[in-house]
Design a protein. Structure first.
Length: 646
């Protein structure tokens, strides 16, 4: 239903209810007014009769002259019919309170005949006097009226006294007005009031509805249409303005508010679209930056081989971070591992970190010592560092044949010596790089025994806080290493430490980058005897780093085929291997001093089943199970790298 229809229905219901209440309240008033009207009619009729017979002569003639009584009877009937009176009679009251009637007349012929038969001339009636009659007879009032219910029905009786010339009461004139007539008058008056009231109310309602339609409904419909257009198009094609006039009302206030709201929403939507576009662009750029950073500093990096087990990971507090680590071979016997923390967070720290890490690797790969590398990097940072950023760095080199670790520290956290009783390594703290151009970096050395290791970490671990602001601290770190040492490798140890820190922080969340590198020294001769059984060491290392799975079986199968090819066909007298994992890429490297042979470039023809034992099947299986094969001839050695996605 429309608003106008609802208002009309409610208005109609209100009118009907109001009229009902008005009728109920005015019932007594209408009856009283009808009775007053009847009383006036009775008074007029009585006065008419009184005027006609109110002389001594006429009174005497009524007593003696039958013809005169008939004339008066005829007059009384005429008065009854003209004034709509039921009964009109002339009588006297005796001392014994009996009534003696002289003239009786009725409006209806049948009632007139019955009345004259019962109360003809001289007839007496001994029914008790009514209160109105007693009032008139006692002289308390010149006239009186009363509701009477007798054998002739319910009537309104009006009594008027008739006096002779001596001012003595001679007769009484009685007028009976029918109650049905009074009720009829009341009903007539009610109908007239209702009709007039309905006409007035209907006219007022019509005018009200017209005004409501003009001033409310039409503007609201127009406004609703404009709202629909705005919701669909986010714009409107009108210019109502916000001018104020004499005819302003609540609807125009709503229109004005709508104009202001649409302008604000349009501006807000434009701002949101702009901000959303900028946010999407920023998020895209951050995602690209994060991918680039993970390409430079992988989230996880494993490095395995005979004599060592190394694992590092980095978890940024934001999309990109300032922590970094690196693990790489310097030569056949030495592996470099380092960790650093750049001041600040976010994109700026990540950019600075990339420069620092790249420069470190280049200088160390060039053969510089740790000390010379650190001092050279510090000078470069001081010369081109407009944002005055700095970095703490701990760099070390492991000799996998002897377990010797040479290291240099530039203001970084002291590492932990991993063993049954782990402890912090006492190192010279040094100064962070990038602060002063004349710092001195010291180079130190320690010796790892079989099964021992070293843990590098950033302050995101020891300074992690929980919801009550307690720090994780070095004691918890040492206790965690002590509990995990007997049954873990580098990967499990680092993963356990990171999980422990996150569990400790709980709802407080990670507030700083978390980076950690663990190095275990396991002294084994990395050279194999040229026997196929020597592959067990390679298999054990792969299983230790990856665990048992279908993918691990495929990796072992490919490596075993290539190892067998080296044993049977290369003519080498020593073979070395290493395993490395960066993110989801796992690489196994074989190095031998045999004759040059590039399995990558070999073209393998399709062979029948009976020709498979003539060679080439191992290379085919290795290619099928690996995602990439890379071959290089370096220093008279074959270097083959098998890469697998895991």
């Amino acid at each position: 239903l429309s608003v106008l229809t609802r208002i009309a229905l409610l208005l109609s219901a209100a009118i009907i209810l109001a009229l009902g209440i008005a009728v109920a309240i005015s019932e007594k008033t209408l009856m009283k007014n009808a009775a007053n009207q009847a009383q006036e009619v009775a008074r007029v009729a009585a006065l008419g009769a009184f005027t006609t017979i109110n002389t001594d002569e006429n009174m005497h003639r009524l007593e003696t002259d039958e013809e005169y009584r008939k004339e008066i009877h005829t007059l009384f009937r005429y008065i009854c019919r003209g004034a709509d009176i039921r009964y009109l009679y002339l009588y006297t009251v005796n001392e014994d309170e009996s009534r003696r009637y002289l003239v009786c007349a009725a409006q209806d012929d049948e009632d007139d005949a019955i009345l004259n038969e019962d109360y003809g001339h001289g007839e007496l009636s001994r029914t008790p006097l009514h209160e109105a009659e007693r009032i008139v007879l006692s002289g308390r009032a010149g006239e009186a009226h009363e509701y009477v219910d007798n054998e002739y029905g319910k009537v309104y009786m009006y009594v008027v006294p008739l006096y002779d010339d001596n001012k003595e009461l001679r007769w009484l004139i009685g007028v009976d007005y029918s109650m049905e007539s009074i009720v009829g008058i009341a009903h007539h008056n009610r109908r007239v009031q209702l009709i007039l009231g309905m006409i007035v109310v209907l006219l007022a309602s019509a005018m009200a509805l017209i005004l409501i339609r003009t001033l409310v409904v039409r503007p609201i419909k127009k406004l609703s249409k404009e709202m629909e257009d705005f919701a669909e198009n986010k714009s409107v094609d009108y210019d109502r303005g916000i001018r104020k006039t004499f005819f302003d009302d609540e609807v125009t206030d709503i229109e004005r508010s709508f104009d202001i709201m649409t302008a604000d929403i349009s501006k807000y939507i434009n701002d949101i679209e702009t901000l959303t576009g900028e946010k999407v662009q920023t998020e895209t750029e951050l995602e690209v930056a994060k991918n680039i950073q993970y390409g430079i500093v992988p989230k996880e990096h494993s490095f395995f081989g005979n004599g060592y087990d190394i694992f590092g990971c980095e978890h940024s507090a934001k999309d990109v971070g300032g922590d970094f680590y690196d693990i790489f071979e310097l030569d056949e016997s030495r592996i470099c591992f380092l960790i650093g923390d750049v001041s600040g967070k976010g994109v700026s720290a990540a950019l600075f970190m990339v420069m620092v890490k790249t420069s470190l690797r280049e200088k160390l790969k060039a053969g510089r010592s740790l000390k010379a590398t650190m001092m050279s990097l510090n000078r470069d940072m001081c010369l081109s560092n407009p944002e005055n950023m700095f970095a703490t760095i701990f760099a070390a080199v492991l000799d996998k044949n002897t377990g010797s670790v040479r290291y240099a520290n530039a203001g970084h956290n002291p590492p932990v010596l991993i063993g049954k009783n782990p402890s912090l390594v006492s190192v010279k703290s040094g100064v962070a790089l990038g602060l002063f151009d004349d710092i001195m970096i010291e180079e130190e050395e320690l010796k790892l025994e079989e099964g021992e290791g070293i843990l590098l970490y950033t302050d995101g671990i020891t300074e992690a806080v929980n919801t009550v602001k307690d720090q994780y601290g070095e004691d918890r770190l040492l206790e965690k290493i002590r509990n995990e040492y007997d049954s873990t490798n580098a990967r499990d140890l680092v993963t356990g430490i990171v999980d422990s820190v996150n569990e400790f922080a709980g709802d407080a969340g990670q507030f700083d980058d978390i980076t950690c590198v663990a190095v275990f020294y396991q002294h084994h001769d990395s050279e194999f005897s040229l026997e196929l059984g020597s592959f067990d060491s390679v298999k054990k290392t792969i299983l230790c780093s990856l665990g048992e799975s279908e993918k691990t079986k495929e990796i072992i199968l490919a490596c075993e085929e290539m190892f067998a090819n080296i044993v049977f066909y290369s003519g080498a007298d020593d073979v070395k291997f290493s395993c490395e994992r960066k993110g989801n890429v796992y690489a196994v490297t074989f190095s031998d001093n045999g004759k040059p042979f590039d399995p990558v470039s070999q073209k393998l023809a399709e062979k029948d089943f009976e020709d498979l034992d003539m060679g080439g099947m191992g290379i085919r299986l290795a290619r099928m199970n690996s995602d990439e094969m890379v071959y290089n001839r370096d220093n008279d050695r074959n270097v083959l790298i098998l890469k697998f996605e895991i």
